[in-house]
Design a protein around this ligand. Structure first.
Ligand code: SF4
Length: 405
């Protein structure tokens, strides 16, 4: 599994952080991540599920049973109705969700749509490693209107550094063939995008150009998970420079400088949107409140499971879909802290002029054992460098336009 953000399968609306003079008002969820299968058929080296401190996944049932699916669907419907929300998303996630099997996923999609009813536009999406994606699967996903994002880290050499089976076999060839079937066949409209985890050893432009060959509507570059206790590769103490900013800046140049738009690059688009005062699509940057909930295969209500990389049990809430509503999850302190926006930032970030854009970076990257999540991002220097470079480029372009008038 590759994805840590809940993927929002539709453009972000402008959010208003609901606040009242006497306190914080929870912002309802509009996206729900369902762990329909808790195991994976790949053993990627950076996987936050199976390679982090937290091994609580071992206690999870492999698949989400029909009664948990039905209860979850009812809870989602209850939450949307209570908050008068008529458009929402559900991401079928794992582990590897295709391991749940065609019948189970078809039943899940049907149950979800039946529960929310025809008055709600429900966007269904699936996040897959792509290794099992066949035409038969595409037919079924098409039948249920489920869009697909696939994790792929670049060409064979780049992808197979990490994305291998338990026996060490690379996954690139299988996944590339599946993505080509998706991209070039009759189901192209289901193609939501590619997710690529940055590895500093991979050439950024070559990586981006390889991904472009699949004609993805969107590419999302993910920074490797890490925190101040367990830094991401290349960010050890005493390091010099901003290697992740340099990597992404080269992608920016290639993407932004293209004569016509080749694809969306979500992280860079979010950065530009924030610089222009808009609302980003994900919570990797900015101060937008977290608006997605996670349901484990056993029905536990959970926080973003990338928190597993901080410490064991960090994502747990003690709530369960049988006994608790999503409104109760909204009031969990861990979820609330991720809706506070600027009020949740540490002093260093509050003093930083870039915080309205950076937002302290992704929450999970702020963790330090002594102070929890009240820290700048472990990517602080890289985020600042990237923001300043992109801001400089946009400013220069705007000045160029003015001068040309
Ligand atoms: S650049 Fe660093 S200090 Fe500034 S808001 Fe981001 S993480 Fe915080």
């Amino acid at each position: 599994m590759n994805r840590r953000r809940a993927e929002l399968p539709w453009p972000a609306a402008v959010d208003v952080v609901a606040r009242e003079s006497d306190g914080w008002v929870p912002v309802p969820f509009h996206s729900f991540v369902l762990k329909v299968h808790s195991r994976c058929d790949l053993a990627c080296q950076y996987c936050y599920m199976y390679r982090s401190h937290d091994s609580t996944w071992r206690a999870q049932p492999r698949t989400m049973e029909p009664d948990i699916v039905d209860r979850t669907a009812a809870r989602i419907a209850e939450h949307l109705a209570a908050h008068d929300i008529h458009e929402a998303g559900v991401v079928l996630h794992g582990g590897e969700p295709l391991l749940a099997g065609e019948a189970a996923l078809a039943r899940t999609a049907t149950a979800l749509r039946a529960a929310v009813g025809s008055g709600t536009r429900l966007h269904l999406a699936l996040q897959s490693n792509g290794a099992r994606l066949t035409e038969s699967w595409l037919d079924l996903l098409g039948e249920h209107g489920i869009r697909i994002s696939v994790s792929l880290d670049g060409d064979r050499a780049a992808n197979d550094r990490h994305r291998r089976t338990a026996s060490g076999r690379g996954s690139h060839d299988r996944v590339a063939a599946a993505v080509r079937t998706l991209a070039d066949g009759p189901h192209h409209a289901l193609f939501a995008g590619l997710l690529c985890t940055v590895d500093l050893r991979n050439d950024p432009v070559r990586c981006y150009e390889h991904l472009l060959t699949y004609r993805p509507p969107m590419v999302d570059f993910l920074l490797p998970l890490g925190n101040w206790h367990t830094p991401p590769p290349g960010l050890h103490s005493g390091r010099i420079g901003t290697p992740y900013a340099d990597w992404l800046w080269r992608v920016f140049h290639r993407w932004y400088g293209a004569p016509s738009r080749e694809t969306r690059v979500r992280l860079l688009e979010d950065l530009m949107i924030l610089l222009l005062g808009g609302a980003p699509e994900t919570e990797a940057l900015g101060l937008r409140p977290v608006r997605y909930a996670v349901v484990e295969t056993d029905g536990s209500l959970s926080q973003d499971d990338t928190l597993r990389t901080a410490y064991t049990g960090a994502a747990r809430t003690g709530l369960h879909v049988r006994r608790h509503s999503f409104d109760m999850l909204l009031r969990h302190p861990g979820v609330a802290a991720r809706q506070w926006g600027v009020a949740a930032l540490c002093e260093t970030c509050l003093d930083c002029v870039l915080h309205p854009v950076c937002g302290g970076g992704h929450y999970v990257n702020r963790y330090r054992p002594a102070s929890g999540f009240a820290n700048p991002s472990v990517y602080c220097a890289d985020l600042a460098a990237l923001i300043l470079r992109v801001r400089g480029r946009l400013t220069a372009d705007i000045e160029g336009l003015r001068a040309a008038r």
